[in-house]
Design a protein around this ligand. Structure first.
Ligand SMILES: Cc1cc2nc3c(=O)[nH]c(=O)nc-3n(C[C@H](O)[C@H](O)[C@H](O)COP(=O)(O)OP(=O)(O)OC[C@H]3O[C@@H](n4cnc5c(N)ncnc54)[C@H](O)[C@@H]3O)c2cc1C
Length: 305
């Protein structure tokens, strides 16, 4: 493959993306997206580096429009996007406008006999699938974390491209409760062990009683849609390292553990003694959360929601 374009947010590590793109493409260009209020940090050394500034009301459509125009004008066969929320939303729009194959959450890329082969996780990370890409172009998302940037090369500015106008934004409002997990000293986090949205009230009460932020596993955000993505801890959420991480009804799959295992004290409540969360827990409570959480609230002198 001749050219891959790596797309990442300004200030975020994209070194792993560039390294991965180099495995399959002879040239790698790096498009840095400066979102409003974002940082301007180091960027990895690609063959060329471009920066585009998106305005205050930047939406996935704006991102898709600029990346699509950039990929078209440079003749890129692969667009490798960081797996961050705005990029994830832009990915299908981008794939449609480029007529490209779309692969989300890839863990690896390789050049196969008939083109690009992407590896991606299935079934919550318990299986890996190899996907042979059968189109001349592909848009792939990947978690770029873990490899630090290795240069601060100057970037050439790119003019934003207007979106195609398939959707019109009528209004925009900020959701009232935004979690600030980064830097939190205490986090009470819950997962699919909590059976209903109403039962979240007792977890919220526990967080309040412990003066803790509320965190959760990915299914609570993506499948149940009970909380926004700013509450999600893990590989594709926020990485946290509080003094206390209390995990309630979370199994402890690797994608969750990588986001919280550096916490000072980890307390886990789970009714399955074999749950992987117990491997990283300092204190493990094997029990039904519907009994343990009310007991904790009682001991703390707090009401259950
Ligand atoms: C590319 C990729 C990225 C991902 N990124 C993330 C990420 O950033 N963050 C993340 O969290 N996940 C992520 N995941 C998903 C991850 O693999 C798991 O599917 C997810 O973490 C499981 O969430 P859970 O622990 O809430 O649910 P489950 O795995 O279903 O676990 C629920 C747990 O609750 C326990 N339980 C049930 N009832 C009770 C009860 N009454 N009392 C006590 N315990 C009970 C069960 O024993 C079980 O251990 C990602 C997956 C992929 C493929």
């Amino acid at each position: 493959m001749d050219l891959a374009v790596v797309v990442s947010e300004a200030g975020a590590d994209a070194g792993a993306g560039v390294t991965l793109a180099r495995k399959v493409a002879s040239r790698v260009e790096h498009l840095v997206i400066a979102l409003p209020g974002g940082e301007r940090g180091a960027s990895p050394a690609a063959d060329a580096r471009y920066v585009v500034e998106l305005g205050e009301a930047a939406a996935p459509e704006d991102l898709a429009a600029v990346v699509s125009a950039f990929a078209e004008s440079h003749g890129a066969q692969l667009v490798l996007l960081a797996a961050q929320p705005i990029f994830r939303e832009a990915l299908p729009l981008l794939a449609v406008s480029l007529g490209a194959a779309a692969v989300t959450d890839a863990t690896d890329l390789a050049s196969g006999a008939n083109g690009l082969v992407a590896t991606r996780m299935l079934y919550g990370g318990s299986a890996l699938a190899e996907v042979a890409i059968q189109r001349p172009r592909a848009v792939v998302s990947h978690d770029f974390g873990g490899v630090p940037a290795d240069s601060t090369a100057e970037a050439e500015p790119v003019e934003p491209t207007a979106p195609s106008g398939v959707r019109k934004e009528l209004s925009r409002r900020r959701l009232p409760s935004e979690a600030s997990l980064k830097g939190a000293r205490r986090i009470v986090s819950f997962g699919r062990g909590v059976r209903s949205k109403e039962d979240m009230a007792m977890i919220t009460s526990l967080a309040k009683a412990l003066d803790a932020e509320l965190g959760c596993s990915r299914p609570i955000v993506e499948d149940m849609r009970w909380l926004g993505s700013d509450h999600q801890v893990g590989l594709t959420g926020t990485t946290v390292a509080p003094d206390l991480y209390l995990a309630v009804g979370i199994s402890g799959q690797i994608q969750h553990l990588v986001g919280m295992r550096d916490s000072k004290v980890i307390v886990a409540v789970n009714n399955n003694p074999a749950a992987p969360i117990f491997e990283v827990a300092d204190i493990g409570v094997v029990g039904d959360l519907y009994q343990v959480v009310p007991s904790l609230l009682e001991a703390l002198g707090a009401a259950a929601g």
